[in-house]
Design a protein around this ligand. Structure first.
Ligand SMILES: [Zn+2]
Length: 81
């Protein structure tokens, strides 16, 4: 590899497929959490006593989102992408 080729390679924005998948997983988990929160809010507003059942679902959705976030952070630290 010549010096010039090396420079070109470094200037490119690295595309990392794994990072992209982790970002998508995080976005998806965030959407699910927001969706559940809005459903629970609607249930509270409409006086549905069943709104507490959302707490477990919200807890799971929050954990899923956190896991996706930490996976993304860990990937960035090890991969430098
Ligand atoms: Zn990567």
């Amino acid at each position: 590899m010549t010096q010039q080729e090396r420079n070109v390679k470094q200037d490119q924005i690295p595309f990392c497929e794994e990072r992209q998948q982790l970002i998508e997983a995080f976005v998806e988990a965030s959407r699910e959490l927001v969706e559940l929160q809005s459903q629970q809010t609607q249930n509270v507003i409409s006086g549905d006593p069943d709104f507490v059942r959302f707490d477990d679902l919200l807890h799971m959705a929050r954990e899923k989102k956190d896991q996706a976030k930490y996976a993304l952070i860990a990937h960035r630290e090890t991969h430098r992408c």
